[in-house]
Design a protein around this ligand. Sequence first.
Ligand SMILES: [Fe+2]
Ligand SMILES: [Fe+2]
Length: 134
Amino acid sequence: MDDVIDPKKFKLGVLIVDEEHKVLIDYLNRLSRMWGEVYPDLEREVILGLMYYVKVHFTVEEEFIKIYKYPHTEDHLKSHRDFAEKIQSFKKDLESGGRDIRGAIIDYLKDWLVDHISGTDRDLCKYLNSKGVH
Ligand SMILES: [Fe+2]
Ligand SMILES: [Fe+2]
């Protein structure tokens, strides 16, 4: 399968946020590119990588939110929590073995990343831009 998301279309104008989104999008695209290939631990690598990386990324955005007193905090934080919980539940699915969840992970990542980056994060970055953060 081809890349699911082109990170160039998701530039929001805050450098560190854009760079971190590229990494998150790359996890999704890697899963998609390797669709159908025998690589039994790919899902585990992606899940563990995402668990680690979203901690870094969410911390950066949440620090911006605090420092610049962004008003729509609750929805944004809830969306981050929901994502982290879903990644945990994929990890549990993997640990309980058996079913192939590559497709489910791709679908979830695609929907969440497109929705979150192009909506929730875009609003935050517009606000940050208005405060002089680029
Ligand atoms: Fe976010
Ligand atoms: Fe983000």
